[in-house]
Write a protein that binds this ligand. Structure first.
Ligand SMILES: Cc1cc2nc3c(=O)[nH]c(=O)nc-3n(C[C@H](O)[C@H](O)[C@H](O)COP(=O)(O)O)c2cc1C
Length: 207
């Protein structure tokens, strides 16, 4: 089964270069045969996460099935002081339960390679028992992505292509193994056993 990937855009800027990266990778993923959904956090306005009210937000409910059914996620963020945007982190606070056993790829717009911002995402994903691609892809606004959102750097284009192919391939592999693992006996002691034990799960960790 082709990988189901959600491409998440974490800048609030109207002319966001991060959005251009996420769109570009989404197109490449579609061309690789993956099923792609887009969550642009400029449009899906999640209030600051608050445990008591998070589940009453209508926009949250609309994207729940998309997030739940994914095999993997592309997280796109601007570099804000060496970290991901608060907007993207806020999204993760809502959905962390869905991340167990799924694949993540990272995109960043930064003037400084975005390593610490993408590493922060990697750490958060690790805490949720998600898998990460071993690299991320960073572009510089202006130099690599022009004002119209076109990717004008050949080296960036080729890294984005690599990320799309790897997300499609390893997303499909991990998704298949995850489903097999979830169908195993309740006592089979892999890390996904925690999901099998939840009454509400059909392969996801909703709730
Ligand atoms: C609050 C804030 C903090 C930022 N911190 C950094 C930084 O630490 N390093 C960096 O390279 N760029 C930093 N930038 C620049 C952004 O990464 C840059 O504006 C980027 O283009 C934003 O992406 P966007 O167009 O998708 O919104 C910062 C911008 C803002 C608004």
């Amino acid at each position: 089964m082709a990988a189901r990937i959600v491409a998440i855009q974490g800048s609030m800027d109207r002319d966001s270069a991060t959005a251009a990266l996420v769109r570009h990778v989404g197109g490449l993923l579609e061309r690789s045969g993956a099923k792609v959904d887009y969550v642009d956090l400029r449009e899906v306005r999640l209030p600051l996460f608050e445990r008591a009210t998070a589940h009453d937000v209508s926009q949250y409910r609309e994207i729940v099935p998309v997030i739940q059914e994914a095999d993997g996620y592309v997280l796109g963020t601007p570099d804000y002081h060496g970290n991901p945007s608060g907007t993207l982190k806020n999204f993760m606070d809502y959905f962390w339960r869905e991340f167990t056993g799924k694949l993540f790829g990272y995109l960043c717009i930064s003037n400084e390679r975005g390593l610490s911002a993408m590493d922060a995402l990697r750490v958060a994903v690790r805490q949720c028992y998600g898998w990460s691609l071993p690299y991320g892809v960073c572009g510089v606004s202006g130099a690599d992505v022009d004002a119209s959102g076109a990717i004008i750097s050949e080296s960036l284009r080729s890294r984005l292509q690599m990320l799309a192919l790897d997300m499609a391939r390893y997303g499909e592999l991990l998704g298949g193994e995850r489903r097999k693992d979830l169908a195993a006996a309740a006592t089979h002691p892999t890390f996904l056993a925690v999901l099998r034990k939840r009454k509400d799960t059909n392969g996801t960790a909703a709730g």
